[in-house]
Design a protein around this ligand. Structure first.
Ligand SMILES: Nc1ncnc2c1ncn2[C@@H]1O[C@H](COP(=O)(O)OP(=O)(O)OP(=O)(O)O)[C@@H](O)[C@H]1O
Ligand SMILES: [Mg+2]
Length: 327
């Protein structure tokens, strides 16, 4: 099959705002997986002008686009690419423009999930136009940018114990991330994530737990995530020790979230589990990372799948969705 692999390359390692973009090493890993699976691969960097991107996509004559492009800026950044593929009539892996747009808006997706009875932290969107934190919030609260990924803007200061502290953090964060920040219930508890591959028999992969040694708050802050697993304070546990009931409840929550959002091919649900065994959905990721050290790959390996198997299964469900017959 002719597969065009789309991505955005990271230009600076120091710029936190580029954290979602790809290193050359990551690009090479995906390209070699696609080649080892027997595909004719065209890697296409899609950060350039829309006209150039469209030309490159058409020139590569794809049967399928393997889309991992996260975009370069703005609160709808990753949703533009599938819109281009749809306009060109080219099949692609992963979520639609609408899904990726909603996925990038934590407040909106949280509301959609809550309406369907899924337990999410209660909170409010704070913007420059409406900068006041509601009076009825219970403390501590958690404060994070509404439209970012890769833990951008998340530090140990994201947990605020008092309204005064919260005000300060919101002000600082809105300065950096002016599109909006969320102030929500802080879910004290264990950090879990559930990856999913639609074409995998059983569909949900193994739960992955992260533990953060010696940190004031057990949260996945930017510094820890950006270390790519090299931070010694980070412990990855897969499968985690859970009671049968906890395991069932965590998997059920993830499954329901994926179904409500109708996410195709692959996804990940980030969950916090409180001491009393209640899981809260923190967010769903309709375009989760596939770095060799990433929760989706860790959860897949625990189910006996290799890196190439993951890439193959993502292609398999997309092919089935579109009825593509070429191998
Ligand atoms: N309400 C909350 N209570 C406790 N911790 C939270 C809360 N919201 C976020 N966190 C912590 O912050 C981390 C990052 O938050 P979140 O998953 O929403 O952001 P992200 O930047 O989109 O992450 P990703 O890299 O998965 O895209 C979570 O993994 C969790 O540790
Ligand atoms: Mg997350």
């Amino acid at each position: 099959m002719r597969v065009t692999f789309t991505f955005n390359l990271r230009k600076s390692e120091d710029d936190e705002k580029q954290a979602e973009r790809f290193s050359q090493e990551y690009v090479d890993r995906v390209v070699s997986a696609l080649e080892e699976l027997g595909h004719h691969v065209s890697p296409v960097e899609v950060s350039g002008s829309p006209g150039e991107v469209v030309d490159k996509l058409i020139d590569s004559r794809p049967d399928l686009i393997f889309n991992l492009a996260e975009g370069v800026g703005g609160k709808r950044r990753e949703s533009y690419y599938p819109a281009i593929y749809e306009l060109l009539g080219i099949p692609y892996t992963g979520g639609t423009p609408g899904l990726l747009h909603v996925g990038l808006d934590k407040r909106l997706s949280g509301k959609l999930l809550a309406v369907r009875g899924i337990k999410v932290p209660q909170g409010a969107l704070i913007t420059l136009e409406e900068p006041d934190i509601p009076d009825d919030m219970e403390y501590p609260v958690f404060i994070k940018p509404n439209y970012e990924g890769s833990s951008m803007g998340i530090t140990q200061e994201s947990v605020a114990e008092t309204p005064e502290e919260a005000k300060k953090v919101v002000k600082k964060l809105l300065n950096e991330y002016s599109e909006g920040v969320i102030v929500e219930q802080y879910i004290e508890g264990r950090e879990l994530t559930v990856p999913m591959l639609q074409a995998f028999s059983g569909y949900l992969l193994e739960i992955v737990e992260y533990k953060f040694e010696g940190k004031e708050h057990g949260i996945f802050d930017y510094d820890t995530k950006a270390s790519g697993g090299k931070d010694e304070s980070l412990n990855t546990i897969c499968p985690p020790e859970l009671t049968p009931e906890e395991r069932r409840d965590v998997l059920t929550l993830a499954d329901r979230a994926f179904n409500v959002m109708k996410i195709p091919d692959f996804a990940r649900a980030d969950i916090r589990l409180t001491k009393d065994g209640t899981p809260y959905l923190i967010e769903v990721n309709p375009l989760p990372g596939l770095r060799p050290v990433s929760p989706l790959i860790t959860g897949a390996e625990a189910k006996g799948l290799s890196y190439n198997d993951v890439i193959d299964l993502i292609i398999k469900s997309a092919k089935e969705r579109y009825g593509i017959k070429v191998d």
